[in-house]
Design a binder for this molecule. Structure first.
Ligand code: BYC
Length: 474
């Protein structure tokens, strides 16, 4: 029997909701069994210095203590309700926000929630093995924090399925624990969540690029006219910020370390850089190209009737919908999208309603560019003449108007043969992966020590020093 306030911190009055309790009592053991199988490898007895959300108050969602991850208190939190909130876009604009699922939108709403929910356990599965090769206790603690919070994000979506979708919601919640990242028979729903995350550079790139897709999708869902979804996503966004910090600072520290070694030794050829046990900037660029292009696919097709339906029905808005100044129905608006015509990439105007995936992707790209500029500053400050760039939007795409075309980093349309001839100039090769993995053959676990290929962070977690015991191995 679960003690609801203790075991599952929540602000949804779980203690009084018998139906929800029964559903969760059934699901929780299955979740824990999934965590034992697919959560961080060989970590179940570690005591990890984690933060746990215990309420939505500013001081309540950041309680730090040592905890064994299977005992983490995965809670259910929604941003407090605003009684006056309305549906802010689409054909229902101006109606009170829905507190229950509108019957006519039941199946598409369930589908959006399931797609969102599916990514959360997927990312934990992708990162399962990385604890064995962490560059420090600080980084080990951070990946575990990310993992338990992705677990909590799964809980958040399962809460919605259990509370609002009855029996088919419960079935979907079970399927969320049954699919597996990369599995040929029962894969995760979206492409990027079936790619391996084989090393720590890939992990930091993933949390920078792909978790930021999480941010933008959650922001769009936080505008939803279905109020429980909006309020759930708002709270999830507070956790997402930390994941993106882990990614951005992780890549930045790798770049910093590489630049230090290049400067100290006055070298710039990748082979010389590798000989000194750090990751050459060219390899970092190739990882960037991979994670950026795979993540762009997560926004869906450039022109999408699904996206138009989500918006018109008031279920999924635009990034910062209520801050935008227009009619919020997009009746006459147009938006530019690219398409490949012969050997050229043209821009054409299409109804903005159908181009909402593309618009969200564009909002994302703007924020990504700002992050890449911050990485560039580390290189510039070291006085190294190397530029990190974002590939052309059409490079290495499998979804949308660019899918099926062979587009170079700079946006030329090539034949398959021409493209293949450059594939490993542009994307990490098996040799790149094996080099990077050779640096990460074991766990760096001495207090205050960092692997040679990464600089220490500027400060520790929650005011603790860098040589703090962030993880106790029992
Ligand atoms: N891979 O009209 P289209 C996160 C499918 S990340 C495979 O283009 P739509 C996180 C699509 O399902 C954020 N299939 O797409 C990050 C459709 O299938 P059907 C996750 C794809 O529906 C890090 C068909 O292609 N949240 O939180 O407009 C760690 C044509 O669809 C892909 C969400 O994604 C793909 N990449 O948009 C942890 C929000 N793209 O109908 C967590 C919820 C499309 O032919 N999801 N397809 O069977 C959505 O809003 C939409 O599903 C999408 C797709 C934006 C993803």
């Amino acid at each position: 029997m679960i003690n609801y306030t203790e075991k599952i911190p929540n602000n949804v009055d779980l203690g009084r909701d018998r139906v929800l309790q029964r559903a969760l009592e059934h699901w929780q053991p299955a979740y824990l069994s999934w965590w034992y199988d697919m959560g961080p490898n060989e970590s179940h007895n570690f005591e990890v210095y984690l933060r746990t959300a215990i309420s939505v108050e500013p001081d309540g969602w950041a309680q730090f203590d040592y905890i064994k991850m299977p005992e983490y208190r995965w809670g259910i939190f929604l941003q407090p309700r605003d009684e006056k909130r309305q549906v802010n876009f689409g054909i229902h604009k101006g109606q009170p926000a829905w507190q229950d699922v509108p019957g006519e939108y039941r199946s598409i709403l369930r589908r959006i929630i399931v797609t969102q929910g599916d990514t959360e356990p997927a990312s934990v599965e992708q990162q399962k093995m990385l604890g064995l090769s962490c560059p420090s206790l600080y980084d080990l603690r951070n990946i575990f924090q990310v993992n338990v919070e992705e677990g909590r994000h799964l809980w958040a979506m399962v809460y919605l399925l259990h509370r609002y979708f009855g029996r088919d919601g419960r079935e979907e919640a079970e399927s969320l624990l049954a699919r597996r990242s990369g599995d040929t028979d029962n894969p995760r729903i979206l492409g990027a969540f079936n790619e391996p995350t084989p090393d720590w550079l890939a992990f930091y790139m993933f949390t920078f690029f792909t978790d930021r897709d999480g941010k933008f999708q959650l922001c769009a869902l936080a505008e939803s006219g279905f109020d429980p979804l909006a309020r759930t996503c708002r709270f999830m966004l507070t956790e997402e910020a930390h994941h993106m910090f882990v990614g951005e600072s992780g890549v930045s520290r790798i770049i910093q370390r590489t630049c230090e070694v290049m400067k100290e030794n006055k070298i710039d050829a990748p082979a010389d850089v590798r000989a000194l046990g750090v990751i050459d900037l060219q390899t970092i660029q190739r990882y960037l190209n991979f994670h950026y292009s795979v993540t762009l696919d997560l926004y869906g097709s450039d022109v999408s009737s699904n996206a138009a339906n989500y918006y018109t029905s008031g279920l999924k808005g635009r990034f910062r919908e209520t801050k935008l100044e227009d009619d919020h129905t997009l009746r006459d608006a147009m938006y530019p999208v690219s398409e490949v015509v012969g050997d050229k990439i043209n821009t054409k105007q299409v109804p903005a309603l159908t181009a909402l995936n593309e618009r969200l992707r564009d909002d994302y790209i703007e924020e990504i560019q700002a992050g890449v500029n911050r990485w560039q500053r580390v290189i510039d400050e070291a006085g190294i003449p190397f530029r990190l760039t974002l590939p052309h939007k059409g490079f290495h795409r499998e979804i949308g108007n660019f899918a099926g075309h062979f587009i170079s980093l700079t946006g030329e349309i090539l034949t398959e043969e021409q493209w293949k001839a450059h594939e490993f100039d542009w994307l990490p090769s098996p040799k790149d992966y094996s080099y990077v993995q050779s640096l990460m053959s074991g766990r760096v676990a001495e207090l205050g020590k960092f692997a040679n290929w990464i600089a220490p962070p500027v400060k520790g977690v929650n005011g603790q020093p860098l040589d703090f015991q962030y993880v106790r191995f029992n």
